[in-house]
Design a binder for this molecule. Structure first.
Ligand code: NAD
Ligand code: UD1
Length: 307
């Protein structure tokens, strides 16, 4: 058993990964500045877990956190695309400088394996019905997407120059327990389900016909574990999606079915830089990883809502 660092480990995806690593018998360190993450997402009484409160933009803290670990899952970032549009300078510190700090600390300390949370956002807009494969032109529309793509380029430089083993995953839209609904910047499923639960009005940006390829967090964690633990790293980036497009209107219908109705739904102008359609071609993922059994959207929503 080995010790792994999970940056952003107090957040939604990170804390689910921490649970899986601990359950598999590994030791875990978490580096998180608690900007979105919460202590309550972590089993802090587990002696095999060490929590370091700090910022990935701080090279010194990153170096201390990386020292002596067997591999890193680098998930810390401001996950909201809209937050990067509103404050590109601040989000760049977390989303790009943080990644560079992780690369540099790993180089200095001879740690090789890193799982990187990249994003479908790097592909920009593609037509309705298009399944986006990894060779699709990169067209980042927002500071968030530019930072994620730049992070991939730097990881590739550190791979070629310094022998890092980056397992790059381009997540499509992840949902499930612990995705924090409390900010307007949060993931759409967490916001819509919380508002439906509380009977509060729901705002749809645009006509609701935009589509996303939703992927349950437990299924993602099964892949991230392989990225960290597989003997051989998969050194090409892989999309993580089910190749299924769901519109927001369809999502609302699903939520309405589960609750037996919906609160009032209001349409507001579409967000600047918002991607219209996003659906993965996941052939490469299927070729290189053991695929988890899919948790369908309805089942994932049930798990999220405890229904
Ligand atoms: P999240 O906000 O729940 O998790 C991110 C964590 O990083 C939080 O705990 C936050 O406190 C922490 N963090 C942010 N800035 C930090 C900093 N400067 N220093 C230390 N910690 C910092 O979001 P998430 O959905 O779990 O996202 C995890 C990763 O996956 C992010 O890199 C995100 O960009 C990426 N991603 C998420 C999705 C998705 O659909 N949720 C899709 C594609 C990529
Ligand atoms: C999400 C992730 C991002 C990731 C990307 C990859 C979050 C917060 N964002 O961005 O990290 O890189 O997937 O595909 O996890 N919407 C509404 N009403 C709301 C909230 C959102 O209509 O109250 C709409 C948005 O305008 C958008 C869609 O829902 O059209 C999805 O939004 P969001 O969940 O923020 O995800 P992405 O922008 O796709």
């Amino acid at each position: 058993m080995a010790e792994f660092l999970v940056t952003g480990g107090a957040g939604f995806i990170g804390s689910n990964l921490v649970d899986a690593l601990l359950a598999a018998g590994h030791d875990v360190r978490v580096l998180d500045n608690l900007s979105m993450g919460k202590r309550s997402n972590l089993p802090l009484d587990n002696p095999r877990l060490r929590f370091i409160e700090g910022d990935v933009a701080d090279a010194q803290i990153v170096a201390e956190a990386v020292a002596g670990c067997a591999g890193v899952a680098h998930l810390a970032a401001v996950a909201s695309v809209q937050a990067s549009v509103d404050d590109p300078v601040a989000t760049h510190q977390s989303n790009f400088i943080g990644t560079l700090n992780v690369c540099e600390a790993m180089r200095q300390q001879g740690v090789r394996r890193v799982v990187y949370a990249s994003s479908a956002a790097i592909y920009g807009n593609n037509g309705e019905g298009v399944a986006i494969d990894e060779a699709t032109a990169k067209a980042p529309l927002t500071p968030y997407a530019s930072d994620k793509l730049a992070g991939e380029h730097y990881l590739d430089f550190y791979r070629r120059q310094h022998g890092l083993e980056p397992a790059v995953f381009r997540f499509f839209n992840i949902f499930g327990p612990r995705q924090d609904p409390s900010s307007p910047y949060s993931g759409v499923i967490s916001i819509f389900t919380q508002r439906a639960q509380q009977g509060l009005p729901i705002s749809v940006f645009g006509d609701g016909e935009q589509t996303r390829d939703f992927f349950y967090v437990g299924d993602l964690v099964a892949l991230l574990m392989q990225g960290l633990l597989n003997q051989q790293a998969v050194l090409e980036p892989v999309n993580v999606g089910w190749s299924q497009a769901v519109s927001l209107n369809q999502l609302l219908a699903e939520i309405g079915t589960l609750y037996g109705g919906l609160p009032q739904v209001t349409h507001l102008p579409a967000r600047a830089g918002d991607i219209r359609h996003s659906r993965a071609d996941n052939s490469r993922l299927q070729a290189h990883y053991v695929m988890p059994e899919q948790t369908p959207l309805r089942e994932g929503l049930r798990l999220l809502l405890g229904l």
